[in-house]
Ligand binder design. Structure first.
Ligand SMILES: Nc1ncnc2c1ncn2[C@@H]1O[C@H](COP(=O)(O)OP(=O)(O)OP(=O)(O)O)[C@@H](O)[C@H]1O
Ligand SMILES: [Mg+2]
Length: 435
């Protein structure tokens, strides 16, 4: 038997590798004990992994800065032009629409970017709800069918019954869509110029049972648990080994400038792992790629129907907005006043509590930011609810966990809204709380 272990001296200066091997010779049993000073080798290893980490952080920061700059250029450039032409009285209705569309698109791109970055960190909290994965695949299929080049044939194999799983539907849809877009690209824009564009995209779902006589589950799988296996297969350009090793790295892309950010698969990886699932990838250069996602299956549970809110609702009443970000206060005021409410904003949470008391709770509802430096939203909520238990409070935040929501609900929060707001989302939440 061989034993090998690493030891560090108390001051951490010296690292020794000790290996013990049994020895049998001429009827005598013994052991060989070998001690190697591996201090220098280990230090080099540590330095190397630190350097690699710094490298990927640098890569990440560079990528974020680059993409945000592009988004911001769209906004600041357009606003400066808008202001200038407005001062010269040269602005026509259709110019205004055009400029607003640029700002709107840039804003949406920034929201997608922050969502993608948040989904790379644990800060992005998910809401798991029972869903039918077939439905998610259908959405993705429809999107691809209408937006992909006609040179791509798309086939989908759904599960014959509802494919129930507790998932964050929006994120899983994002994941599958990302895989399909990559697959589509590999059969079109990534092909060399001398190759004919096109191919077949196969999307499928099957149950991966863990019972006896079933196909063996991959090593990462929890035994005794059923999984849904979702596959996205293309016959595009495929990947070599070196590319395969890096595909999940944030900002790794082999696509032409402006075509790919390299965040797609990093996000896919995080979302699937946050669902306690895993991913298998196989690919052959020139043949195509197969991405398989495994998600824990649910046996029962009601399936939530996604309701679409077609338009915004107007209403009446006084609203107090508490947020330390002036821009958020401004836009909330604009939106809510447009909806018919009377709005007071406060950037200082302590002053806000005072103002609420001075008004003897005269506000129909409060929109309260959760993360504020002086006094956080949770403290403000407790303060107000202690004196005015009937106060209606909507908590607003960039991302919020189920656990935090529970705690806040127990402390009296009536509803939650995630930033950034839109006219529709803000109007809906307020009209739900003060009908
Ligand atoms: N189906 C595929 N076929 C061939 N190569 C792929 C496939 N999927 C991913 N890749 C490779 O992995 C890289 C990283 O993919 P990822 O989705 O993370 O980023 P991207 O598609 O380049 O950019 P983004 O998704 O941010 O627009 C791609 O640039 C490509 O080289
Ligand atoms: Mg991608």
């Amino acid at each position: 038997m061989d034993i090998k272990n690493n030891y560090r001296s108390a001051d951490g200066e010296l690292q020794i590798e000790i290996s013990i091997s049994s020895l049998y010779h001429g009827g005598i049993t013994g052991a060989v004990i070998r001690m190697d000073d591996v201090t220098v080798i280990k230090k080099k290893d540590e330095k190397l992994s630190q350097a690699q980490m710094m490298d990927s952080i640098g890569n990440l920061a560079g990528g974020i800065a680059h993409d945000f700059n592009n988004v911001l250029s769209g906004i600041t450039g357009t606003v400066s032009l808008l202001k200038h032409r407005l001062s010269k009285n040269e602005l026509k209705q259709n110019d205004l629409e055009k400029f607003l569309n640029v700002i709107d698109d840039s804003g949406k791109r920034a929201v997608t970017l922050t969502r993608q970055i948040l989904s790379l960190s644990r800060k992005d909290e998910m809401t798991l709800e029972p869903a039918d994965l077939n439905e998610i695949l259908r959405h993705v299929y429809n999107f691809c069918f209408h937006s992909f080049e006609k040179s791509i044939e798309i086939r989908a194999d759904y599960y014959p019954e509802p494919a129930r799983a507790a998932v964050d539907s929006t994120r899983i849809e994002q994941v599958i869509l990302n895989l399909c877009i990559n697959a589509g690209d590999s059969m079109t824009v990534m092909r060399p110029d001398n190759e004919k564009r096109g191919g077949t995209l196969n999307i499928g779902i099957e149950r991966f049972p863990s019972g006896e006589n079933s196909e063996p589950l991959p090593v990462e799988a929890e035994s005794g648990r059923d999984y849904w296996k979702i596959t996205v297969k293309d016959n595009g350009i495929g990947m070599d080994k070196k590319t395969m090793e890096r595909i999940f790295e944030p900002f790794f892309t082999t696509k032409a400038k402006g075509r790919g950010t390299g965040l797609g698969l990093a996000m896919v990886y995080n979302i699937i792992h946050n669902h306690n699932g895993f991913i298998n990838v196989s690919s052959d250069i020139g043949q195509g790629s197969l991405f398989s996602l495994y998600l824990p299956a649910d046996k029962s549970g009601a399936i939530k129907q996604n309701k679409l809110q077609p338009d915004f609702k107007s209403g009446k009443g006084k609203i107090l907005v508490i947020d330390d970000e002036e821009s958020i206060c401004d836009i909330s005021k604009e939106i809510l006043e447009y909806c018919g409410y009377e709005v007071t904003v406060e950037i200082n949470p302590e002053a806000a509590v005072k103002r609420y008391s001075e008004n003897e709770g005269g506000f129909a509802c409060i929109i309260l930011d959760l993360n504020m430096p002086k006094k956080n939203g949770f403290e403000v909520l407790r303060h107000i609810k202690a004196d005015y238990p009937d106060a209606k409070v909507i908590i607003s935040s960039g991302s919020i966990s189920d656990e935090k929501m529970q705690t806040l609900s127990s402390a009296g929060a009536d509803a939650f809204i995630t930033k950034p707001y839109t006219l529709e989302s803000l109007a809906k939440i307020v009209s739900d709380v003060i009908p």
